[in-house]
Design a protein around this ligand. Structure first.
Ligand SMILES: *Cc1c(COP(=O)(O)O)cnc(C)c1O
Length: 438
């Protein structure tokens, strides 16, 4: 249902295809199933946990029959929960193709949309504006999937070299366009395309941004799987710290707890951007101007999932209930730098700048090591060598899947920030007689 009109109820398939509700609200589950640890008896792999967890959400939907196949294909890489001492474990969500947690949501959405569009006369075209990491995850997930294609717009010269290599390693049904402008120009172009008649006529457009519930729900699997492993090994509920920006990953953790999984406290670690901590402190939501920090993927002044969070806790005791349900810790760049620098010695781990916010929250909240914590590692440190390498004093090896993506990088068309310039390359590529890209 929509956050703004509870009576507006749609199937899971419709929510995935539409992204945003027609009233401008965000889709949220109407209710949550009750799935305690006993409901997962016999579910030992993460794929089995995903299927058990997501099944109730697909009940009665066209996706129900194909859900096992989608869950089976969603990972294809490990999700280690690594104990690092002092009652602390790290949940490594960075073993996918683009080395950050967004791979799983993007892969679930890609597979679902490919299956939902089987037999369609025309493929669905996903249009994405990216400042770096989301576009890479979406491109990787949709690459070579049938019935769907992707156009990625990124601001030329405004992403790091390594990010650019992750955005330009695609072909076939994934087209990347470098825009001579900033991220906001790319976002404006996407909005214009959605409102443009020629685009609407030529293509069936859709989006895959982080407000799509199809990216959020599968991320619950991370928290189900990790908390079950902890519960089975120790019989206790771990607290979880989630590095957060738009709150999609953090909300997935709350939703998993809502389903009955054995999760204790949930803490959102943020960088210096204050909307989340301000909201939890005061109970009043206020958007802030976005501040640039070392944890760039969390530079969000007005988190899109705040609407889901507020909806979830509306009318259930106000600020106090919210305060009891969630913690939040705001972390400075100086603290991020300190934890990246000290990581190898203090925790025998090289942290990426985003995960470093969780480390600060962990040490600040529990200096005496009295509780059990899961720190969520959202990205591999090799994604951010400019920040990490000078602090740890050595090069960080690029994991194999990411190295493969980057090795495929090739020049892409560069255009002025106008819709007609983008249309020239996008439509040129789709002329009936246009030859396939190599
Ligand atoms: C996207 C991202 C985040 C923030 O996740 P949200 O779901 O937007 O809160 C944190 N770390 C990394 C590495 C990311 O890519």
């Amino acid at each position: 249902m929509s956050t703004r009109t509870p009576a507006h109820r749609v199937s899971l398939s419709t929510a995935l295809q539409d992204g945003l509700a027609p009233d401008g609200g965000l889709y949220v589950p109407e209710r949550f199933p009750t799935l305690g640890p006993e409901a997962f008896a016999g579910c030992t792999t993460i794929e089995a946990v995903a299927e058990r967890l997501l099944r109730p959400f697909a009940e009665g939907d066209g996706l129900a029959d194909v859900l096992p196949g989608i869950c089976e294909a969603m990972f294809g890489f490990p999700v280690p929960l690594r104990e690092i001492g002092r009652g602390t474990s790290v949940l490594e969500l960075f073993h996918g193709p683009t080395a950050a947690f967004k791979d799983v949501g993007a892969r679930f959405l890609a597979d679902s949309l490919a299956r939902l569009n089987e037999g369609a006369a025309q493929p669905l075209t996903i249009l994405v504006a990216t400042s770096g990491d989301t576009g890479a995850a979406v491109a990787a997930a949709f690459w070579k999937k049938p019935n769907v294609e992707v156009v990625v717009l990124y601001p030329k010269g405004k992403v790091s070299d390594r990010q650019e290599q992750q955005l330009t390693g695609w072909s076939d049904n994934v087209q990347t366009v470098a825009v001579r402008g900033v991220f906001d120009d790319c976002q404006t172009l996407v909005k214009e395309a959605f409102q443009d008649e020629a685009w609407q006529e030529r293509l069936r457009l859709s989006s895959a941004n982080s407000i799509n519930i199809g990216r959020l729900l599968p991320q619950m699997t991370y928290y189900a799987y990790a908390s079950l492993r902890h519960w089975r090994a120790h019989g206790t509920r771990p607290n979880v710290i989630v590095p957060s920006g738009n709150l999609g990953n953090g909300l997935a953790c709350l939703y998993a707890r809502e389903c009955g999984l054995p999760i204790g406290e949930v803490v959102f670690a943020t960088n210096e951007n204050r909307p989340v901590t301000h909201y939890l402190e005061t109970g009043e939501y206020e958007a802030f101007e976005t501040q640039e920090t070392l944890a760039t993927a969390m530079d969000v002044g007005n988190p899109s999932n705040m609407e889901r969070l507020r909806h979830h806790y509306s009318g259930s005791g106000g600020a106090e209930a919210l305060h009891d349900a969630i913690g939040a810790e705001r972390v400075t760049d100086e603290q991020i730098e300190r934890h990246v620098r000290q990581g190898p010695e203090a925790w025998d781990t090289v942290w990426d700048p985003h995960t470093a916010t969780a480390v600060e929250a962990r040490e600040h909240l529990d200096p005496d090591d009295e509780h059990e914590w899961i720190l969520v590692a959202t990205a591999h440190p090799a994604k951010f060598p400019e920040v990490v390498e000078p602090l740890v004093g050595h090069a960080v090896d690029v994991p194999e899947p990411l190295a493969e993506v980057m090795a495929r990088s090739h020049p892409v068309p560069e255009v002025d920030p106008t819709l007609s310039a983008v249309a020239d390359v996008v439509f040129e590529d789709r002329r009936p007689d246009a030859t396939e890209h190599a």
